[in-house]
Design a protein around this ligand. Sequence first.
Ligand SMILES: Nc1ncnc2c1ncn2[C@@H]1O[C@H](COP(=O)(O)OP(=O)(O)OP(=O)(O)O)[C@@H](O)[C@H]1O
Ligand SMILES: Cc1ncc(C[n+]2csc(CCOP(=O)(O)O)c2C)c(N)n1
Ligand SMILES: [Mg+2]
Length: 338
Amino acid sequence: MGDKSVANLGEFGVIQHIFAPIQSKQGEGVQLGIGDDAACLVVPRTQDLLATTDTMVEGIHFSSDADPYLLGQKALAVNLSDIAAMGGLPRWYLLSMAVPNRTSQSWLEEFARGVKAASEMFHVALVGGDTVRSNAKIVITVQMLGLIGQHRAVARSGAQVGDRLYLSGTLGDSAFGLAHLLGKLPAMLADDVSYLSRRHHLPEPRIQLGMALQDAALAHACIDVSDGLLADLQHICEASQVSAVVDVEKLPFSESAQRVIAQYGRSALELALTGGEDYELLFAISPGAADQVEKIVHQVGVSLVEIGEVVGVGERPGVVVRQGGEVLSIAQSGWTHF
Ligand SMILES: Nc1ncnc2c1ncn2[C@@H]1O[C@H](COP(=O)(O)OP(=O)(O)OP(=O)(O)O)[C@@H](O)[C@H]1O
Ligand SMILES: Cc1ncc(C[n+]2csc(CCOP(=O)(O)O)c2C)c(N)n1
Ligand SMILES: [Mg+2]
């Protein structure tokens, strides 16, 4: 197909030749999939349905020269991460694209190859979508549907005073990778650039962790860190009507991130806490449940560290960051679109 534009294929050509082949066989629980006016899905009687959506816009969520294969994987990963944060099992998804005429067929094919790779890796089935022309930028929307036991969804609103706050994986890698790509934080070792930019382009949705926490009824509240640790912790605080204290000394940083912070100091530290797109799980558990956390670490093979605690609400819900006994004042808590 070379570098011909998608305009050569036409709307139904794009669906038939590029998107439909992502789903080569009927997914489990799919009564009607791609090709009808709506998909028809079988939700088992004993389960609740989780539904989430995330949009990615060229120039806002990814640069025009981003690798379409990785972008396809990321479009799914950010949605899978939201299902993970609820403790559910992702099952089905819809994919909607607004595509300008200038887009090449090979770009779209690579994108679809990335979507297919992620959907096979995480066992989710494409059941529909929408394909339209854009007069400017590429816009990608995924809606992810998942299943969870009845009334078992882990909300943001259950954090209790005295709870310990835990974070999976490491913090700030994605923000550092992006900053370097955008020409900020230029001084980095080549190995760090490749690790950090990979963490930016290819987040790992913590599905097994979310399900294990839910299964053990361990997390009182959970959120995935997409806007930044401080912003997303603030969301838990507001939903739960509590406040939180985070200790910088406890935060988990990768070796690459530690080198960036050593090089750039306070501004890099603030970026790690506020940059976002970590797609790690942040959750609150009872102070007596630390042993169970260790079991889950072994079960799912993802590191979990205690980063702070839940405190009384005070005047209003808020997050305090402490370092060496002092309170750090950080102006921006995370990413906002407007
Ligand atoms: N246009 C909208 N209409 C209805 N609900 C919306 C709309 N935009 C966002 N929401 C809802 O508001 C809540 C917060 O949305 P937000 O997009 O910040 O989710 P998030 O998981 O915190 O972030 P991310 O978008 O990075 O996944 C979610 O419950 C979402 O479904
Ligand atoms: C080119 C480019 N510039 C900036 C960013 C950073 N960025 C965009 S959206 C977002 C938060 C999550 O989005 P949402 O809340 O929409 O899920 C972040 C941190 C990027 N990824 N690419
Ligand atoms: Mg989320």
